[in-house]
Write a protein that binds this ligand. Structure first.
Ligand SMILES: *Cc1c(COP(=O)(O)O)cnc(C)c1O
Length: 439
């Protein structure tokens, strides 16, 4: 017999905790089992029985407790309101998808014409429509290819264009991208050799020119996206390297397709290609505001070689990613773009309204000015003026474990809920979560 199904006598000797099979027959739980799977529902039932046994809830409340603790989906990932003020929070999955992208994912998640021409009934180029969308937005690119992430784009470029050969790279651009992963080590793992040129703070076009020879696969320009170097520095731009007779690959990182006036130091694909880069690599889930993927844009012959390399098959993206990417590129402004461009005065007004309402309900809340950031290892040093609702520090943990979960930022003994990273449509949900945390 199932150990959890053994009836337990209550303190009064009469009330018993219902058996698991009895609880699972509750119409609400039986219905949920059809949607979420029996294992997921049973886990909620067992947890509720345990709470009753520990005296946390009355024995006759077990079914209700199990129902209210059911997860939203059969997967463990839970929705989180990002109130950190970090627009691209790596631990929260970087860019949140737009509504348009989510709808596209929902449609593409079933059987879909990702590799089929419905007119002829024949096989068609995978992801053609997403690639066309990218080329419309970046007319300077002759061709495009999409892989799993930015790192995969670099790996594919190195494997295809410099197998057993040299990648010429400045010592000032040997970047660690995060979580201990370093671009030079990533490249070396492909079997290419790194030919380091210049120094940490200064590299000239002549340094590159002197290193180029028969062994050169390509020149790699890496955007130092997560740090800034100031003082006695010199770098060589793509335009200065494009005429050296070898391909120039520009790893821009952030995925901007065109210049972003608010972030003048962030490179974009169109400008890099205009300056003469032969290939641009970038991430899809940073400033582009789309799904995790890696973009390769540039000269047709090079893109085709990358796309036809056997490794391309191991790095290919799924249909849902292609759908989300296309909807991101063609669709309305992404949540990331909207957050980046949100007006500071409007954020202050939102914070003031929210705090006043919460105060009326007896919650210790006040509106404060705040400083938000791009995040995701991008635009270091860029401060985005913002506003936050400040609540007592102990709320932070309760908000994290609430429904929806809210991730704030603890600063000077208060928990700040920064509104720049919270879509305006979520203010109601945020207020509800704070109210629950205050109880
Ligand atoms: C983020 C970044 C990468 C890695 O891209 P992922 O999509 O995280 O794999 C590579 N290069 C630069 C310059 C980056 O900023």
């Amino acid at each position: 017999m199932d150990r959890e199904a053994v009836p337990v006598t209550g303190v009064d000797g009469r009330r018993r905790i219902a058996r698991t099979d009895v609880l699972l027959a509750d119409p609400r739980l039986a219905g949920a089992a059809g949607r979420l799977g029996r294992g997921v529902v049973k886990a909620a039932v067992v947890a509720a029985q345990r709470r009753a046994r520990n005296g946390e809830i009355p024995p006759d409340a077990v079914a209700d407790a199990a129902v209210s603790s059911l997860p939203v989906t059969a997967a463990g990932l839970r929705p989180v309101l990002n109130a950190t003020g970090v627009l691209l929070h790596t631990n929260l999955g970087r860019a949140p998808l737009s509504e348009a992208a989510r709808e596209a994912v929902a449609v593409a998640s079933g059987a879909t014409d990702v590799e089929l021409d419905l007119e002829t009934g024949r096989r068609a180029k995978r992801g053609r429509s997403a690639l066309a969308a990218l080329l419309e937005r970046v007319p300077q690119a002759e061709a495009a290819h999409v892989v799993n992430n930015g790192a995969a784009a670099l790996v594919l470029a190195a494997t295809t264009l410099a197998p057993g050969r040299e990648i010429v790279i400045s010592r000032g651009e040997m970047v660690e991208i995060g979580d201990g992963f370093r671009i030079p080590e990533l490249l070396a793992a492909t079997g290419a050799r790194l030919r380091e040129v210049g120094t940490t703070n200064r590299t000239t076009p002549d340094d590159y020119a002197a290193a180029i020879g028969d062994e050169t696969g390509f020149i790699l320009k890496v955007h130092p996206s997560n740090f800034r170097m100031t003082g006695f520095t010199r770098g060589a731009g793509v335009a200065e390297l494009a005429g050296l007779g070898v391909p120039v690959v520009a790893d821009t990182g952030s995925g901007l397709l065109a210049p972003e006036p608010l972030l003048p130091d962030e490179p974009d694909a169109a400008s890099m290609l205009k300056a003469g880069a032969h290939l641009v690599t970038a991430s899809g889930d940073k400033l582009l505001g789309g799904p995790q993927c890696g973009l390769v844009l540039g000269r047709e012959d090079l893109v085709r070689r990358l796309a036809r390399h056997p490794l391309a098959r191991a790095l290919r993206v799924d249909k849902m990613t292609l759908a989300a990417l296309e909807a991101t590129v063609r669709g309305p402004r992404t949540p990331t773009e909207l957050a980046l461009h949100a007006d500071a005065a409007a954020l202050r007004e939102r914070a003031g309204r929210l705090a006043a309402r919460l105060r009326d309900e007896g919650v210790d809340a006040m509106a404060v000015d705040s400083e938000a950031a791009v995040g995701g290892g991008g635009a270091p040093g860029v401060v985005l003026p913002s506003a936050a609702v400040s609540v007592p520090e102990p709320y932070a943990a309760r908000l994290r474990q609430g429904d929806p979960a809210v991730m704030g930022r603890v600063e000077d003994g208060r928990c700040l809920l920064d509104l720049r990273s919270v879509p305006p449509g979520q203010d109601e949900a945020l207020a509800g979560a704070v109210r629950a945390a205050a109880r």
